[in-house]
Design a protein around this ligand. Sequence first.
Ligand code: NAP
Length: 281
Amino acid sequence: MTIIDGKKTSQDIKDEVRDEVAKLKKGGVEPMLAVILVGENPASQVYVRNKKRACEYTGIRSLSYELPENTTEEELLKLIDELNNRSDCDGILVQLPLPKHIDEKKITNAISPKKDVDGFHPVNVGNMLIGDECFLPCTPHGIIELLHRYGVVLDGKKAVVVGRSNIVGKPMAMLLLRENATVTICHSHTSDLKKECTEADILIAAIGKPKFFTPEYIKNGAAVIDVGMDRDENGKLCGDVDFEAVKDKCSFITPVPGGVGPMTIAMLMQNTLISSSHRMR
Ligand code: NAP
């Protein structure tokens, strides 16, 4: 059994990005990511801080906007419009969730697809679906990167994705399909979840239920990727998979923390780098 070290892999990717950023800077391009936070959601504040820290590490300039809770939708749209038109801005990230009076869909759709480094804009989602050039959503793309770097074979394998959200489950299934896996998507209406999961060579758990996946859900020798970021009965961070109980059945497994989580930010840095390299076109 191999424990997939997302912390190390994400560090490797950030180092690769840092090298490329240094080269771009020599050529006169300074990659820049605009990070917008509205309100004072503590979890969002942590995510934004980590993203800014990763920018600092990789040499990407971060332009930070910390806006008050009562910012109007119009004000936010105006800022996005300004950033869309700034030639020195390569990526725009609006930290979700937004306060209730702001329509998240409207905001996501207002970001230029060329600067949508989160990969949430419908144009990028559509291009991903048909296999055209696009920004891939960071969490599922990070998972594909982990599987590749650990040599997990996907071609011809049966992959089961549990969860069908727009940011994790659905794009995850699409990216696995691109890798020639045979993909099943499960959700809360799946009639026999255990049966589906025990057929999986690759199981992606993304439901947001602490330690839900116990050994009865796991095929012997499966690669198990845990996307969950949950709290156990003691308030401790854990995943959707009961790691200790299932690990010996797996060929590969990601821990929580230290698995998928750190990859999301690394892929955000990679997307910003890709966007800035388009300036040379
Ligand atoms: P979400 O939008 O709440 O979606 C959860 C999905 O799981 C839904 O499709 C739901 O089915 C399905 N589901 C819930 N309970 C189920 C059950 N008992 N059996 C089968 N399916 C079930 O969540 P999300 O945003 O995708 O996030 C999922 C988890 O990943 C959360 O723990 C989140 O914190 C974590 N996450 C981590 C990262 C990272 O960077 N590591 C990034 C994003 C999310 P229905 O559609 O039928 O309701």
